[in-house]
Design a protein around this ligand. Structure first.
Ligand SMILES: [Cu+2]
Length: 270
């Protein structure tokens, strides 16, 4: 073997795929990819609960696709680490022999990795943009009701434009009815997150952001702040009650006029 060749060249000019350590890495890679892909996608979805809107079903689909697309990368890193850690370690005074292969000096390996990561990024960008476009279309639904959402340390309040000044700290929504949220904050940045409906948007002081969803399940679901906003951020959560149209109308009519509805339906702060 010539001393003039770099270790990386040796590695790729020998029949590297027949090496025992390479075969071990490939086997661990396949197992780790399957485990990481399955567990990561399942645990995330279970943690968020059953979907309460079509938007959430799309979000779960997107999470699953992204997780499976990235799990071979995570699986490969895990396989290299596990294979290396499982080898005999050197004990005693004599140093171990230098490694006879060095993949870091191989231009071919570098090129393969750059191409794979570029393709993965492009895939995430295109699929993500397509999903976002669906959310934007929902904002234009003319049959939607409107709710103004105000975040402040550390609570959410909901105003119903067009009602008699109804303000509530529990969100009520009619089932199967599109709703547009106009979201702002009184103090610092928060993030309005209706967990089981797959809706999340920043609440910024001085601005109104908008998002929309159609709840399709009757029940009680979680609303949380998803932006670290101070000491009691973890407690900045309340509930959304999705009910029949009749129950919703009854609830709205039973609420006292608090004089808090200060926005227009378009979301501008008056
Ligand atoms: Cu917060």
């Amino acid at each position: 073997m010539s001393d003039l060749r770099s270790p990386g060249q040796d590695y790729f000019q020998s029949k590297w795929w027949k090496r025992k350590d390479v075969k071990q890495v490939v086997v661990i890679w396949i197992i780790a990819t399957a485990l990481i892909g399955y567990l990561s996608s399942k645990i995330q979805v279970i943690a968020m609960g059953n979907p309460a809107s079509e938007t959430m079903e799309n979000v779960i689909h997107l999470i699953t696709v992204f997780t499976w697309a990235s799990s071979p990368v995570a699986g490969f890193v895990a396989a290299l680490a596990l294979q290396a850690l499982s080898q005999k370690r050197h004990h005693g005074d004599n140093p171990p022999p230098e490694a006879d292969h060095n993949i870091s000096s191989s231009p071919r390996a570098t090129a393969v990795w750059i191409i794979i990561s570029a393709l993965l990024c492009l895939f995430a960008l295109v699929v993500g943009l397509i999903a976002l476009q669906k959310d934007d279309q929902a904002l234009l639904d003319r049959s939607a009701i409107h709710v103004n959402v105000t975040g402040q340390q550390w609570a959410w309040n909901y105003d119903y434009p067009g009602s008699t000044g109804v303000r509530s700290n529990v969100l009520h929504l009619p089932v199967d009815q599109p709703v547009v949220f106009h979201v702002t904050s009184k103090d610092v940045k928060h993030s309005f997150w209706v967990v089981q409906m797959g809706v999340k948007i920043d609440a910024n002081p001085g601005y109104v952001t908008q998002t929309a969803v159609t709840p399709n399940e009757i029940g009680t679901f979680d609303i949380r702040c998803a932006e670290l906003c101070g000491l009691l951020h973890a407690y900045m959560q309340n509930k959304v009650i999705v009910e029949s149209k009749a129950d919703y109308e009854k609830w709205l009519a039973s609420q006292p006029d608090t004089g808090h509805t200060t926005w227009t339906a378009e979301g501008a702060i008056e």
